[in-house]
Design a protein around this ligand. Sequence first.
Ligand SMILES: [Zn+2]
Length: 307
Amino acid sequence: MLITTGKTRVFVDRDIHLDCDGEFAFVSHAHSDHVKLKKAKHLIASPETKSLINAKGVKLPEDYSNDKIELLEAGHVLGARQLRASTDTGVFTYTGDFCLEKNILGGGAETKECDSLLMETTFGLPKYEFPERSSIYDSVIDFQKNANGITVYAAYSLGKTQELIKLLNDKVGLIPLVGKEAAEISRVYNKYGCNLKFIELGTTDAEEVLDYDFVAILPPRKFTPEFIKNLRLVHGKKVSSAFVSGWAVNKWYSWCDAVFPLSNHSDYSGLVEYVERVSPKKVFCTHGFSKEFAADLARRGFQAQSI
Ligand SMILES: [Zn+2]
């Protein structure tokens, strides 16, 4: 097995590149920062991830599988998988982005013992502790039930938006408006049985809904105080705004009426719990607060380093 820094890669049977360019590519999930397929001729990914990549119009390389490679649920977004491989130097696992906690659409990362672990550490500082998911759900439901007029949520188009759609459909009886990208992604979720009800902005259905009180979910990049102010002026209604992300812990978007720390990543305790469950001899940390988290793991008795 070989792990290199920068372009992370591991030799399994062939030279498998993890979420980065290479002839043999493992794509853990369909978030754009993990999909780099320019040089790929062979692809290891779940069927759901392939459908999501395909929906973006990206041509898929040939499928590749290997009896030394096993894909485990990562619990992050639809189709997200971890790669677990038997190598000459033991069992190696790459988590990709993961979340141990189940959400309203399913998930919950699988944990199996390994010798070497390459893990994401996006929320690798102790300050990133999220409340129980069920209590965050309750807060969103209360917020929505008490809102009058228009409600706008800022949430990433892949993962968080679908979780919010399901929550609003099933727990509040509302069908939210979403943008084109989120609608395309949500249709792929429905192909895999998620039964999400939503209305795509720009369609005639959406035009009708916009005359009444409505709920919309938009990507954070469109979400500004000016946008909310304009919405209020154009529609002549009260507008309630909420930011939905694990980064809400940092008080980002404090100008909103509410922030909800709902994340598709494990929080700090979840990252530690994952390592304890899989009990690796060696841990490599990447993404986010990798240096700080590796130092914490070392204090807990693990051999760990940031790459
Ligand atoms: Zn991701």
